[in-house]
Design a protein around this ligand. Structure first.
Ligand SMILES: NC(=O)c1ccc[n+]([C@@H]2O[C@H](COP(=O)([O-])OP(=O)(O)OC[C@H]3O[C@@H](n4cnc5c(N)ncnc54)[C@H](OP(=O)(O)O)[C@@H]3O)[C@@H](O)[C@H]2O)c1
Length: 307
């Protein structure tokens, strides 16, 4: 079978396709014939920055070929989506059954990788802010795979004002289509009136202006892989908070909420109230092009590979 890997850190050009034996599902694992692979910023960053080359994992969706020992609830032929911690940019991948869920008949594998993981991050980040009815929210990285869903969920959850922030004004039409009331770009002199909640997908140098965008008592949820430094005085002045959100922690500590929110995402999707927009569907052999697209910061929605 074909898979994509890299041996040295670098840009998209270090990715290469190779032929390897089909992996074997171990205890608690599923072997999945992959129909779609979600490409995400954390994976792109790992190729550039990880201390040593790591397998290109992430969210995949497809059909179960075989279930490893001790797996219950899944069998060969089931359509599933889940997280691959090993090589996921591949025609066949091993998914840990604890992260897997069934894909509804009406949905495609591409729908699944665009909706589930990103939607759970967006929903988890929103809940981490402990929102109160009618609060206002600003979402950075609003056109990213996660951000597009965060904007829509904030709207659906009744936010009084949704501000979408992105790197370029070229994304404004897309962001308004998601339900944003206002669109700002990071370079704008003002991000508008202060907000109660910031959901931050960018971090780094953007963290300070994002904290400054909070109203007194406001909360910023930091869920990006972009790092950044928080000055305690910026929090004290205005009684603001910064809250970290990590998906792995949610899965470990609140498996019930994780499963319930996943079902809710599919329900919103099936009823047409939530759309997981796909910017590009590319063949596996074009993985480098998918990474380059994300590094160019041009995507409006999810980038997906289709083996
Ligand atoms: N905490 C968790 O458990 C968790 C899980 C998954 C993802 N995440 C985080 O969620 C964020 C969004 O991820 P994603 O996979 O949805 O993104 P994505 O679909 O790959 O979208 C990439 C977009 O992110 C923005 N971006 C911000 N900083 C960037 C940078 N340094 N390089 C390239 N693009 C950058 C760009 O839009 P703009 O230029 O418009 O900002 C770009 O178009 C990431 O920070 C990721 O680490 C967190």
């Amino acid at each position: 079978m074909r898979r994509v890997r890299y041996e040295v850190n670098g840009g998209p050009e270090v990715l290469f396709l190779e032929d390897v034996p089909v992996p074997v599902a171990g205890p608690g694992e599923l072997l999945v014939r992959v129909g779609a692979i979600g490409v995400s910023l954390p994976a792109v960053r790992r190729v550039r920055e990880a201390a040593e080359p790591l397998p290109l994992g992430g969210e995949v969706a497809g059909t179960v070929e075989a279930a490893g020992g001790g797996v219950t609830g899944f069998r060969a032929g089931d359509r599933v989506t889940g997280i691959c911690f090993a090589h996921g940019y591949a025609e066949l991948a091993v998914v840990h059954a604890s992260t897997a869920s069934h894909v509804p008949d009406a949905a495609t594998a591409v729908d699944a990788v665009a909706l589930v993981r990103g939607g759970l991050v967006a929903r988890g980040a929103w809940e981490a802010a402990r929102p109160v009815a009618g609060e206002s929210v600003l979402v950075t990285g609003a056109a990213s795979g996660v951000g597009q869903l965060a904007v829509q969920l904030a709207r659906l959850e009744g936010a009084s004002r949704v501000v979408a922030a992105a790197g370029s004004a070229a994304k404004a039409q897309f962001l308004c289509g998601l339900g944003a009331d206002e669109v700002v770009t990071y370079g704008d002199a003002s991000w508008g009136a202060p907000v109660d909640i910031v959901l931050d997908a960018v971090g780094g140098a953007l963290l300070a202006p994002a904290i400054a965008a909070l109203a007194p008592g406001g909360r910023l949820v930091a869920y990006s892989s972009g790092g950044g430094t928080v000055q305690a005085y910026d929090l004290l002045a205005g009684a603001k908070s910064v809250i970290g959100f990590q998906m792995a922690h949610l899965v470990r500590t609140r498996p019930g909420a994780y499963a319930r929110w996943r079902d809710e995402l599919w329900h919103l999707h099936a009823t047409g109230r939530l759309r997981a927009h796909v910017h590009a569907e590319l063949p596996l052999a074009d993985a480098a092009r998918a990474h380059a697209l994300i590094e160019s910061r041009a995507n409006q929605g999810k980038v997906v590979l289709v083996p």
